[in-house]
Design a protein around this ligand. Structure first.
Ligand SMILES: [Zn+2]
Ligand SMILES: [Zn+2]
Length: 386
């Protein structure tokens, strides 16, 4: 089968690799119709993780089931399914409590937790930017889709990661009807957090970024764009909230946060968020941070340390939630919002490409080229509506 293989910093190529296949009775084999390039793929693409060359990316996957192991009861051949980026067993201590983001079985490193397809430090699982994907614990991990699966594939594929992740940020930040919410980052996840806040009935959603195309996407759903290359975002939010600060906020940028000149400051958005959110407000952090980043230009962050303004955070009595999203907590309900015509997360998609054009897709998305807000790949030539 063909797959988007990582060859080293900023180099991927589409190559033949061994076919994914059923390896255990509980596996499901999926022919991928739709798979996204994610902002978190870029950390690996840029060589800022220990992702091994020769492996392939792809954790935002959907497709059609072509084979099931003999221990699979629910999922049937022919069904369309979308896969949470989390690989989870369903029976460990964390999965049983709903924390499929911290599965103990799917992560082989002792005393670690959490696994994902095609991801650094998240287990051996191959990615879905390929023609086929092996889904372990298939009955647990597959979310089945209805008859509109093909027609709405660019909506449903967002259930693999970015929409639940954006939603999770608003859950950790406790966004409620009437709230004033600030989102740092208008990339795909930031836009999905803004979308979730709008759906939850926030009275005002402010989105901080500096890329005009991304801010325009946020504005399309009724968010207020704040361009941090032109204004101080903390002042802008403070002014818009009569000096009090936002009720809650979401961090959707992560450790490669940088100023408009391109200099990285891993603490930049966190510290701005603390100052943008009111006393006793709540914050959800879904932007990726890692335990160590030897390639960081920030000496502290080489060891994973962030110069966080804890004093201000404590003084304001704020709460903060962090970490990857347990996709299964939300994907069923969010699927039904799409099926019921109440949500259309594909509004974020700018490009749909065949798998062979993945290298160009990575290059443009990595450079934040104007207009490349979200790239969807179709490995089996199944372009939308086909
Ligand atoms: Zn992702
Ligand atoms: Zn588990």
């Amino acid at each position: 089968m063909r797959a988007v293989v990582y060859e080293g910093p900023r180099k991927v190529s589409v190559k033949d690799v061994p076919d994914a296949r059923i390896e255990r009775p509980t596996d499901v084999l999926v022919r991928i119709t739709t798979t996204n390039i994610c902002g978190s793929d870029l950390h690996m693409y840029e060589g800022r993780t220990d992702f091994e060359t020769g492996r392939w990316f792809g954790h935002e996957n959907m497709g059609q089931v072509i084979e099931v192991g003999e221990g699979v009861d629910k999922v049937k051949v022919g069904e369309y399914v979308v896969l949470p980026f989390n690989v989870a067993c369903g029976h460990c201590k964390n999965c049983e409590r709903g924390y499929t983001n911290y599965c103990l079985t799917a992560q082989p490193v002792p005393n670690w937790a959490g696994a994902a397809y095609g991801f650094a430090d998240m287990g051996p699982w191959p990615g879905g930017q390929a023609e086929l994907l092996r889904v372990p614990w298939g009955d647990f991990n597959c979310l089945r889709l209805g008859e509109d699966a093909q027609e709405k594939q660019t909506d449903y594929v967002m259930l693999a990661d970015i929409w639940p992740t954006g939603y999770h940020a608003t859950e950790m930040a406790n966004v409620k009807p009437g709230d004033q919410t600030v989102i740092y980052g208008a990339g795909p996840v930031g836009c999905m957090a803004a979308y979730s806040a709008v759906i939850k009935g926030a009275s005002r959603v402010m989105v901080v970024d500096r890329h005009p195309d991304r801010l325009a996407k946020a504005e399309e759903i009724g968010a207020i764009p704040i361009d941090d290359s032109k204004v101080d975002p903390v002042e802008a939010v403070t002014e818009m909230t009569m000096g009090l600060g936002a009720d809650n906020g979401c961090e959707c940028v992560g450790y490669q946060a940088h100023d408009p000149q391109g200099n990285e400051h891993p603490n930049m958005t966190l510290n701005r968020l603390v100052k943008s959110v009111r006393f006793t407000g709540e914050i959800g952090v879904v932007g990726v941070f890692v335990p160590e980043d030897p390639g960081s230009p920030d000496p502290l962050y080489k060891e994973g340390y962030v110069a966080f303004d804890y004093g201000e955070h404590w003084f304001r009595g704020q709460k903060m939630g962090t970490g990857q999203c347990p996709v299964k907590r939300y994907n069923r309900q969010l699927r039904d919002l799409i099926a019921g015509g109440k949500a259309k997360p594909s509004w974020i998609v700018s490009h749909e490409l065949p798998l062979d054009q993945a290298p160009q897709g990575y290059e443009h998305f990595d450079k934040r080229d104007q207009g490349w807000t979200k790239v969807v790949l179709h490995p089996n030539g199944a372009l939308a509506g086909a």
